[in-house]
Design a protein around this ligand. Structure first.
Ligand SMILES: [Fe+2]
Length: 188
């Protein structure tokens, strides 16, 4: 089995879009997520166009994470999400305005904090990488183990990540969005 050597300090040169609004800490997270996606794509021998989609999903997904609430609201209108979930839909709108047409990339970015049953592998890979990247402080050993398993059991790890993220939402008393529940019912 291939072991993925990923450590917290690993940097990956990611180019952010010019409209990105991210602080230094966020830049590190985006770099680690994208690096993880690249490693999985390499081990899995993912086709070139899909590999590029994974990388772009990684570098775009949090590009508006540090934008103001007013800017996010302006981009997404009346979307029924809490403010901390708006950066995904807002980035997708911004990408579309910039000419992005790849549905897999747009849906990956749009739903990365929520979950989406109709994701292709790009959306699923981003959802896992966002949760499993090594810079997060919790459950490091378990998440590291899951990250190493992704190339060998992509669907199995995806299911575990959906479960973990829903459990965490319930534990914290957050809303469960219909998209997330529908996703769990489809993969369980
Ligand atoms: Fe993220």
């Amino acid at each position: 089995m291939t072991t993925l050597a990923i450590d917290k300090t690993s940097r990956f040169a990611v180019e952010l879009p010019e409209w990105a609004q991210v602080n230094e800490k966020r830049r590190g997270h985006i770099a680690r997520v994208t690096a993880l996606l690249v490693q999985w794509a390499d081990v899995m021998h993912v086709r070139d166009d899909e590999r590029v989609a994974w990388i772009d999903a990684g570098r775009f997904h949090d590009a508006l994470k540090d934008a103001s609430d007013a800017e996010l609201r302006e981009l997404v209108g009346e979307a029924p999400y809490e403010i901390q979930m708006l950066h995904g839909p807002a980035a997708a709108v911004r990408l579309e305005r910039a000419g992005e047409r790849r549905i897999g990339v747009l849906d990956a970015v749009r739903y990365h904090t929520i979950g989406y049953v109709d994701w292709d592998r790009t959306g699923r890979a981003l959802y896992m990488a966002d949760f499993l990247e090594p810079g997060r402080g919790f459950s490091k050993a378990d998440r590291g183990f899951l990250a190493a398993q992704v190339p060998h059991d992509f669907d199995g790890v995806f299911r575990q990540v959906v479960r973990a993220r829903l459990e965490w939402s319930l534990h914290e008393g957050f809303s469960l969005f219909p998209e997330a529940v529908e996703l769990w019912n489809a993969v369980r």
